[in-house]
Design a protein around this ligand. Structure first.
Ligand SMILES: [Ca+2]
Length: 119
């Protein structure tokens, strides 16, 4: 089944502090089939609320995997990875919105997303 995927990046909790002073400026990047979207970054916040929505078109839900990465925005140096994980989209075949509480690997904390498929 091929359709459109709507992703709302809600928030993240308990992220790792990477900056001097122990905080981070986190943003979320989502990647699917080589296309990526990013939220704005939130200054000095380990419990950021983004509430931003994105659309991916022509998604094959049987095989698609959404990559989710959280980074600390840095002005001068390269942005630091705060954690990442992936979500299989196969359960979306039922066309019901899915709340995903995704623990972050290679880091700590959790990111919360709502996924919704549309024909
Ligand atoms: Ca930073």
């Amino acid at each position: 089944m091929v359709g459109t995927l709507h992703v709302t990046v809600l928030n993240a909790v308990n992220l790792e502090g990477k900056d001097l002073g122990g905080s981070s400026d986190p943003y979320c990047k989502i990647i699917l089939n080589g296309t990526s979207h990013k939220t704005d970054y939130k200054s000095k916040n380990l419990f950021p609320i983004w509430n931003e929505s994105f659309v991916f078109k022509k998604v094959d839900f049987n095989v698609a995997v959404l990559e989710v990465e959280i980074y600390d925005h840095d002005k001068i140096t390269r942005d630091d990875l705060l954690g990442k994980n992936q979500v299989s989209l196969a359960p979306l075949e039922g066309f019901r919105p899915m709340l995903v509480n995704l623990p972050l690997q290679a880091g700590k904390g959790m990111v919360n997303l709502v996924l919704n498929a549309e024909k």
